[in-house]
Every structure is written in C-alpha cells, then in structure tokens.
Design a protein around this ligand. Structure first.
Ligand code: CMX
Length: 143
C-alpha cells in the first residue's frame, strides 16, 4: 500500500527561524518552499542531501492563520511533530483500501499538497493517535 515514509511534518511558529535552526543545528538543507493558501500554511521541505528517492525529509509547517490546522495544533500542543506522511503510488487506490479497512479520511477527494502532489489524511483517532498523511507525488508532466 505504501512506498516509503515521504516526510515527517513539524509544526513551527516561524518558518524562517525554524529553517535556520534545523540547518545550523542538524545540517538539514532547504529543498523547496511554498505557500499553500488552502491548507493555511507556509511550508518548507528540508532534506539531508540532493532531492531524490533515498533522501530523508522533514517538512516545516507554519500557520498563515490561527484557525488553520497548524494554527490550532500550535495553540493546543505547541511546536512539534504534527504529522507522519506515507508516500503512495496511487492515492485513489490507497484511499479506497483504507476506507474499506474502516479508516476515515479527512477529505472526500485528495487535495493539492507540496509541489503539486495529491494528499489526504487518515483521521488521527483512527490511526491510533497519529495524523497520517498520504502523499502521491506529482508526475513530471503535472509540474
Ligand atoms: N496528531 C495527532 N492527534 C491529533 C492531531 C495531530 N496532528 N490533531 C488533532 N489530533 C487529535 C486531538 O488531540 C483530538 O483528540 P482528543 O479529542 O482526544 O483531544 C482529536 O484529534 C480531534 O482534534 P480537534 O482538536 O478536535 O480537531 P482539530 O480541529 O484540531 O482538527 C484535524 C484536527 C486532524 C482534523 C486537522 O488538523 C486537519 O484537518 N488536518 C489535516 C490538514 C492539515 O493538517 N493541514 C496542514 C498540513 C498541510 C500539508 O501537510 O501540506
């Protein structure tokens, strides 16, 4: 069902400060940065090397609004791990299988994620306390 862990997402109050911290202390490199208005986030993908299949990644997520998913998470839990993202080849098929297995997905249809990917989430209550993101990366043609 899943190919690999795509990334781990960290909620942060200030994106620039967080990128600097993770670069200077842990040596992560910024691979990509964007604003996703629909999700209410300013986000950056950080990697351990050149972007590629083998590269470990973390995603820094800063809220654009207090009532966004990240804004609420920071208000309730403070900075920290907000999500674990699994990469899938076909998000429609993965969603179908997971729904069949009793998991609630947060959105009826996948939404747009980082770099043109398609994303959805398994409800944290169903995934035993973890907000699980499903990521189908964009094909080159979709970039
Ligand atoms: N991880 C684990 N558990 C979580 C959680 C998280 N990130 N967020 C909420 N929960 C738990 C809460 O602790 C709560 O549990 P209790 O009822 O025991 O207190 C329960 O889930 C419901 O939480 P809530 O506060 O009532 O619900 P919220 O309004 O905060 O919404 C969620 C939670 C998951 C539905 C919302 O964050 C959401 O829609 N997330 C998906 C979208 C998203 O995260 N976008 C930002 C990232 C975009 C990207 O990755 O590109």
């Amino acid at each position: 069902l899943f190919i690999c862990i795509d990334h781990v997402g960290l909620a942060v109050p200030d994106l620039d400060e967080a990128i600097k911290f993770h670069a200077e202390v842990f040596g992560w490199r910024e691979l990509h940065r964007e604003i996703n208005e629909e999700q209410g986030v300013a986000e950056a993908m950080l990697g351990t090397g050149e972007q590629g299949e083998e590269n470990a990644k973390i995603q820094l997520l800063a809220p654009l609004r207090d009532d966004s998913a990240i804004g609420k998470f920071l208000g309730k839990s403070g900075p920290g791990i907000q999500q674990l993202a699994y990469r899938v080849r076909d998000i429609d098929e993965a969603s179908r299988v997971l729904r069949e297995r009793g998991m609630r997905l947060l959105f009826p249809e996948p939404k747009r994620g980082t770099a043109g990917s398609r994303i959805n989430f398994v409800h944290p209550k169903d995934a035993r306390g973890v907000l699980l993101e499903l990521v189908e990366p964009a094909t080159d043609a979709a970039h």
